[in-house]
Design a protein around this ligand. Structure first.
Ligand code: SD4
Length: 318
């Protein structure tokens, strides 16, 4: 089992024993997503995530077993466990994606509990951000929250990336939980869950809930999940591209390198703009990469669970 960021270690610890002794891959990836969604210290997923420009939370998620078996929800505003909800879309409907009020109503119909998704800390962060945005004469209409956030951290001092941890992880508050697992029956599953870019425009949806962009799983090629600036990932169909490379014979390392080089060439990201991607081949070989230093992955395997820096970083620190 391979997951984005070190905060996934808690979920991997919960899911691993069951996966190791015969549990299903889909159950495992949903457990990891659920743990991050419920963890208020993770400010980019579920409760504790940062809201959009008008202070409203909206969550996106996707689960995937294969091109034929996939479920997704976008812009969910009243329910926490959106990866589970995406799974229910896959298992109980003939559709792939439900959006907004329709997704929330579907959750209501299935008896999933409603809850307030905006934590007190996230509300305070949004209020601080808004005060900064207002003082620079931005309005709630037409603000490009990604640009505001990424170009001027002085607008949101508390949101500046934290210093690197011992494994080199640098937390930037827009990190998706993404996880891939292969179970003892050889089934691969993937899941991702996010509150999206902090202070995004109302209605913005990123790569995460869209099969092929934020996540892709095909037993014939492997699986990939991306994190970081969704607009870049969507522009190159990042997860599909990684799996397609592996289907055609690339190693997971070459596949993540190809995606990141394509993003670099087409989007020309600024120095600090991050995309991370994890990839697992059908035989269990895996790799991870990022545009710039600061990404980390959690790996759970026979030898234990650990958080490590990715194998490939496109732009090493000078
Ligand atoms: C997205 N990749 O919505 C997700 C999470 C995120 O910057 O916001 N990353 O774009």
């Amino acid at each position: 089992m391979l997951a984005t960021w070190s905060f996934s270690a808690r979920g991997c610890n919960l899911a691993w024993p069951n996966l190791k002794f015969g549990g299903g891959a889909l159950d495992a990836v949903c457990t990891v997503a659920r743990e991050a969604e419920a963890n208020s210290e993770v400010d980019s997923v579920g409760f504790g995530g940062f809201p959009d420009v008008i202070g409203r939370m909206s969550l996106d998620a996707c689960v995937m077993l294969s091109p034929e078996r996939c479920g997704s929800v976008c812009a969910v505003t009243r329910h926490l466990h959106v990866a589970d909800l995406a799974r229910l879309v896959m298992e109980r409907t003939s559709h792939v994606m439900l959006v907004g009020e329709g997704a929330d109503s579907f959750a209501d119909a299935l008896g999933m509990p409603q809850m307030e998704l905006l934590s007190a800390d996230a509300r305070q962060a949004w209020e601080r951000w808004r005060a900064g945005a207002t003082s620079t004469r931005q309005t709630d209409q037409g603000v490009d929250s990604g640009k505001i956030f990424s170009q001027s951290s002085s607008l949101a001092p508390s949101l500046a990336p934290s210093p690197p941890s011992p494994i080199g992880e640098k937390h930037i508050p827009h990190d998706t939980v993404g996880v891939l697992a292969i179970d003892t029956h050889g089934v691969m599953a993937g899941a991702c869950s996010t509150s999206g870019m902090p202070f995004k425009l109302a209605g913005r949806v990123g790569d995460s809930p869209i099969p092929g962009h934020g996540i892709y799983v095909d037993p014939e090629g492997g699986g990939a999940v991306a994190t970081g600036i969704g607009e870049f990932i969507m522009g190159v169909s990042g997860s599909f591209l990684a799996v397609e490379c592996m289907r055609r014979g690339s190693t997971p390392l070459d596949a993540v390198r190809e995606v990141l080089q394509r993003i670099e060439r087409r989007h020309k990201p600024l120095a600090h703009q991050q995309v991370g991607i994890i990839a697992v081949a059908p035989d269990g070989k895996w790799s991870a990469g990022a545009l710039c230093p600061g990404f980390a992955v959690t790996i759970a395997e026979e030898s234990g669970i650990r958080c490590i820096a990715p194998e490939f970083v496109l732009r090493q620190e000078s």
